[in-house]
Design a protein around this ligand. Structure first.
Ligand SMILES: Cc1cc2nc3c(=O)[nH]c(=O)nc-3n(C[C@H](O)[C@H](O)[C@H](O)COP(=O)(O)OP(=O)(O)OC[C@H]3O[C@@H](n4cnc5c(N)ncnc54)[C@H](O)[C@@H]3O)c2cc1C
Length: 66
C-alpha cells in the first residue's frame, strides 16, 4: 500500500508576529498563506459556515479570453 506524503510549505523563520485575518475569501486566504510563509502566526476567522457559498467559485469558459 502506498502512502501519499503531504508536501510541506516552505516557511521563513518565526517572526513572533501574530496576524488575525477576518474572512476566508480568496483575498483573506491568499494573505493568510503568504503571511504564514513569511513566518507570522496566522489565525483566520470566517463568519459563514463551510456549507454556504457566495459565488466565489471560478468559472472559466472554454472559449473565453482575458
Ligand atoms: C454570485 C457571484 C458569482 C461570482 N462569479 C464569479 C466568477 O465566476 N468568477 C470570478 O472570478 N469571480 C466571481 N465572483 C466574484 C468573486 O466571488 C469575488 O471577486 C471574490 O470572491 C472576492 O474575494 P474577496 O476575498 O475579496 O471577498 P469575499 O469572497 O467576499 O470574502 C470575504 C469573506 O469575509 C467574510 N467576512 C466578512 N465579514 C466578516 C466578519 N465580520 N467576520 C468574519 N468573516 C467575515 C465573508 O463571509 C467572506 O467569506 C462572483 C461573485 C458573486 C457574488
Amino acid at each position: 500500500m502506498s502512502t501519499a506524503s503531504t508536501p510541506k510549505m516552505e516557511r521563513d523563520r518565526e517572526t513572533g508576529i501574530s496576524i488575525l485575518v477576518i474572512g476566508a475569501g480568496i483575498a483573506g486566504l491568499s494573505f493568510a498563506i503568504e503571511s504564514y510563509r513569511k513566518g507570522h502566526n496566522v489565525r483566520i476567522v470566517e463568519r459563514r459556515s463551510s456549507q454556504e457559498s457566495a459565488g466565489e467559485r471560478q468559472v472559466q469558459l472554454i472559449n473565453s479570453a482575458s
